[in-house]
Design a protein around this ligand. Structure first.
Ligand code: B12
Ligand code: SF4
Length: 450
């Protein structure tokens, strides 16, 4: 069969020349596809165009919440042309009953052990609406992604995505990961990861793992094996990494130059709620410095609009950001993703202001927090990003970060300038809420059929 795999992206979000990191997902699905089938991949974020009249038998669409409406619109076009449409991905997993309205089948959860069954069922005209494994797949039988089918560079930037683990023990109430990928980290064999890296021509890698150092023994083994490969990588980790000098040193030697660390909150209540940060701001600052001293820059990720947040939360966050001199800052607005306890709570309290899934990108105010008005949240959120990425702040934070080396200095300035451009006042948004004649009823049809 001829299969088209699509990562949809709303038009306004498409950035053909940006430094966005390529996705791994569809190259993995392609690798799970028996060789008798032909595969093509389209990633709309890069401006690649879907040919609705192309010669395809099966269309596989991977959807996140933010991209699902575009995904459903694509599906409708293909269904009009009598093609078989299969949905997968995090939003399809959270909302299978919604996705099936626009497709012929939905793969709930991970594709390993299911995708080949789906294709066999399509071939023999016995496709079922839902496919779900009884237990999470074992990642020991590693599948080498079909990297030949995806772009590994965007703009002037060349970086290959790689995944070593799935699952997260922290189970934060706003996050889907532990619910869908389990609370126990599953690993891919280190030998297979090394072989995969060796076969890539790219010098730079992005580890997709939620927490690359979650299992220290595994991480140390991986980093040791990576040292001779002479690659550069960035990834995501918990700040606990800073408490293990051997782990930091191995991470650096293996090529780690920056880690995205999810602090989520710097308020006392937030810190108590999300146990993954350290106990006090000072401890978190010392941990960031330890990483800097060992050649690793930090991108601090913070969420604003938690129920524990009050108006002071922005001052506390800004104090942390400036005193720690973190290299980069990912500012998120609390977003209630379906399938999470936060979604259920806010929905039952009628505090979700819009049901337009395309607004659920963690950078828009779409909720009414408990202690801050939505307007104040938006105003302070825009301001903190603007201040952090001002020329003065970029200059003041530069010293401990650029002393690491020439490559790091270039990375520091180019990313900071890139974020400055994205976060300028002309891009400041609004509070998103439905019109008074459009109830928040989570009936997606009103957005798909327009
Ligand atoms: C790496 C990552 C990023 C990278 C993306 C790099 C890239 N281009 O891939 C960065 C840091 C840039 C990023 C950004 C964002 N991310 Co992100 N990210 C992740 C992370 C940690 C891993 C994603 C991944 O690639 N996993 C590995 C692949 C193989 O897994 P997978 O895509 O789920 O695919 C498997 C199954 O779902 C299924 N499947 C998927 N698609 C399909 C399709 C078919 C046809 C089939 C059969 C099966 C199938 O099979 C696959 C193999 O088993 C996830 C958390 C997680 N653990 O999933 C969050 C996650 C996906 N991100 C999330 C969010 C919210 C975002 C942002 C909107 C905001 C933000 N602040 O992070 C932006 C938006 C970016 C965008 N528009 O794409 C949320 C999405 C929630 C939701 N309901 O939509 C997640 C789940 C994290 C969370 N906290 O809940 N992210
Ligand atoms: S937010 Fe991060 S630490 Fe919390 S459950 Fe999700 S992936 Fe794990």
């Amino acid at each position: 069969m001829k299969i088209l795999l699509i990562a949809p992206c709303p038009f306004q979000e498409q950035r053909p020349d940006s430094m966005d990191i390529p996705q791994l997902t569809l190259s993995l699905i392609a690798a799970l596809t028996p060789p008798e089938h032909e595969i093509q991949i389209i990633e709309e974020v890069y401006g690649e165009k879907v040919n609705f009249d192309g010669d395809y038998d099966v269309i596989g669409i991977s959807i996140m919440t933010q991209t699902c409406i575009r995904g459903y619109k694509i599906a409708l076009e293909f269904k009009k042309r009598r093609k078989v449409v299969v949905f997968g991905g995090i939003h399809a997993t959270a909302m299978p009953e919604e996705a099936i309205l626009y497709g012929n089948a939905v793969v709930i959860g991970e594709a390993e052990g299911l995708w080949d069954i789906v294709l066999e069922d399509i071939k023999h005209h016995r496709l079922k609406p839902f496919y779900k494994l009884d237990k999470l797949p074992d990642l020991q039988s590693h599948v080498k992604p079909r990297r030949d089918l995806i772009k590994c560079s965007s703009g002037k930037f060349s970086i290959a995505p790689i995944e070593t683990t799935r699952g997260c023990p922290y189970n934060c109430d706003f996050c889907t990961v532990s619910r869908f990928f389990g609370t126990k980290q599953r690993h891919k064999p280190v030998r297979d990861i090394i072989t995969d890296i060796e076969s890539c021509k790219e010098k730079n890698f992005f580890f997709l793992d939620d927490n690359i150092t979650g299992d220290k023994r595994y991480a140390k083994e991986l980093f040791r094996e990576m040292i001779p490969l002479n690659k550069i990588w960035v990834g995501q980790a918990s700040i606990q990494v800073a408490s293990d000098p051997e782990l930091i040193s191995l991470a650096y030697k293996s090529g780690c130059r920056a880690l995205l660390i999810g602090f989520e909150s710097m308020s006392d209540a937030g810190i108590n709620q999300y146990r993954k940060t350290l106990k006090t701001i000072d401890e978190n600052i010392r941990a960031v410095r330890k990483l800097q001293d060992n050649g690793i820059m930090t991108m601090a990720s913070l969420i604003f609009g938690l129920d524990s947040d009050t108006n002071e939360v922005f001052d506390v966050a800004f104090e942390f950001l400036t005193r720690s001199k973190v290299a980069f800052f990912q500012a998120c607005v609390m977003t209630p993703y379906p399938g999470t306890p936060v979604f259920n709570k806010l929905r039952s309290q009628e505090r979700i202001l819009t049901d337009d899934w395309s607004r659920f990108d963690a950078s828009k105010v779409i909720i009414r927090p408990e202690n801050i008005s939505p307007e104040k949240l938006l105003d302070e959120y825009d301001k903190i990003k603007w201040h952090f990425y001002s020329n003065l702040s970029i200059f003041k934070r530069s010293y401990p970060n650029i002393k690491i080396g020439f490559f790091e200095a270039i990375l520091y300035f180019s990313l900071n300038k890139g974020y400055q451009k994205r976060n300028n006042p002309s891009s400041f948004s609004q509070v998103y809420q439905n019109d008074s004649n459009n109830p928040v009823d989570f009936n997606v049809a009103k957005y798909v059929n327009t």
